[in-house]
Design a protein. Structure first.
Length: 161
């Protein structure tokens, strides 16, 4: 019998698209920002990449998924319906809303322990969620929350406890 967590972690570690999203997260951290990364995949190709740039750009909305969708530019409705959005962290309400708006049918999530967006609602709208429970994604978020809690709470719109 295969251990689900171990098989998901191995799958996540060998998945080139999740690896690309993690590389984006690391880029964001290196720039002094929040370590969350995202890629948009259509027909087995990365169409766009993004990472959280709220700090770097002084932006209220440039979460990783929003940065990625912006980098993709204008796509056709058919393109979005063939897409998979990868994110190192469970997408928030805003980013989930963008995926729903464009009818992206599948979201692959690196981890949802540090933060969990409206996953049940997104599922209820017909989106397939593939949650990988990736240790590297969790480690990046644990580091940020430990070292810069005020930045993390700002990013998720919460008061620092």
């Amino acid at each position: 019998m295969t251990n689900k967590k171990n098989s998901q972690s191995v799958e996540s570690e060998s998945d080139p698209f999740m690896r690309a999203a993690i590389a984006e997260a690391r880029k964001g951290l290196a720039e002094g920002g929040i370590p969350i990364g995202s890629v948009l995949v259509i027909d087995g190709r990365i169409i766009a990449r993004g990472h959280n740039r709220r700090v770097q750009n002084g932006s209220a909305i440039l979460h990783a998924e929003m940065d990625c969708l912006e980098a993709a530019g204008r796509l056709t409705p058919d393109d979005y319906r063939r897409a998979t959005l990868y994110s190192t962290l469970s997408p928030c309400d805003m980013c989930s809303g963008a995926a729903l708006l464009y009818k992206i049918p599948r979201i692959v999530i690196g981890e949802n322990k540090s933060f969990q967006g409206p996953e049940e609602y997104v599922r209820s709208r017909g989106v397939e969620l593939d949650i990988r429970d990736n240790d590297e994604c969790k480690s990046l978020m644990d580091q940020l929350i430990r070292e810069k809690p005020e930045l993390w709470f700002e990013d998720i719109g919460e008061q620092n406890a």
